[in-house]
Design a protein. Structure first.
Length: 277
């Protein structure tokens, strides 16, 4: 039975080798230490990005609370000083002193919120520095925020969640982070995957992104992949091939003649078309 939804990560596997992708669908698990390492690194990065967004939201809430508290302090102190300066009535003067003491108490509260804000800001700066994010406005498509749902296309039978999205005006630029040794240029399979994310971003937010980003680790400069009609056509073409295989109208086969690629494939042991030295 054909799968109901094809994921962008499946498109990456298909771009690497259609047969490797199909073996995965048949239940042949990926093997090799590099698989576990990649999963662990992605989980660590995902947790860090979620933590960053959580800290930024907490920082905004603390900042708003601090502004409210400071406004209350200013109002209390002003009223207290006015009462003390213009009133000769002893009772009112006592009231002024009480308001002044309350204001000092609220100053202590403000100091607490200021401390929280400074701690949160320090965490945010460290996380942004660790992941070379600068001042970019980021979102994660995991339901963490109502603005950025998981990306889906009912029309194209496609779904996916890039590692994060950069918000540039109305555009959402998808970013995919890859672990392992960085290549000289992005792999075809990675370009196909980021193209799928660009297509999903365009359909989800009704705004065409100018490009997508592939990052081979955060210490290296990101590769910007232009989102144009050629890449869109390629993504749709490969999606059609995958749907044909799922429907039984086409068979999946190895798409290369490179022994090294087979040796590095995580499903090499269960592959009937594996090339050997």
């Amino acid at each position: 039975m054909p799968k109901q939804i094809i994921s962008a990560s499946e498109m990456e596997r298909y771009g690497y080798c259609p047969l490797s992708w199909h073996l995965d669908l048949k239940g042949i698990d990926a093997e090799g230490s590099e698989v576990n390492t990649g999963v662990e690194k992605h989980k660590e990065m995902g947790d860090s990005l979620k933590n960053l967004l959580f800290e930024e939201e907490k920082s905004r809430e603390t900042s708003n609370t601090l502004i409210t508290v400071v406004a209350m302090i200013m109002a209390l102190v002003t009223i207290a000083l006015v009462i003390l300066l213009i009133s000769n009535n002893e009772l009112r003067q006592h009231l002024g002193f009480i308001l002044l003491i309350i204001g000092i108490g609220w100053m202590l509260v403000a100091s607490f919120f200021l401390y929280r804000l400074l701690v949160s800001t320090e965490k945010i700066d460290k996380l942004r520095d660790d992941y070379k994010l600068g001042e970019t406005d980021i979102e994660t498509p995991d339901g963490l925020t109502s603005e950025t749902p998981v990306l889906k296309s009912k029309e194209l039978n496609l779904a996916g969640r890039p590692d994060y999205l950069i918000k540039e005006g109305e555009q959402r630029i998808p970013v995919e982070v890859k672990t392992g040794r960085p290549p000289k240029a992005p792999f075809f399979s990675h370009i196909l995957q980021i193209g799928a994310y660009c297509l999903l971003s365009e359909e989800t937010f009704s705004e065409k992104p100018s490009h997508g980003q592939i990052r081979y680790g955060f210490e290296n400069k990101p590769h910007e992949i232009k989102w144009d009609s050629d890449l869109k056509g390629l993504v749709k073409e490969k999606l059609e091939e995958m749907n044909d295989i799922l429907a039984g109208r086409m068979e999946a086969h190895r798409n290369h003649k490179r022994v090294g690629k087979c040796n590095n494939c995580s499903r090499r042991k269960g592959c009937p078309e594996r090339l050997k030295n």
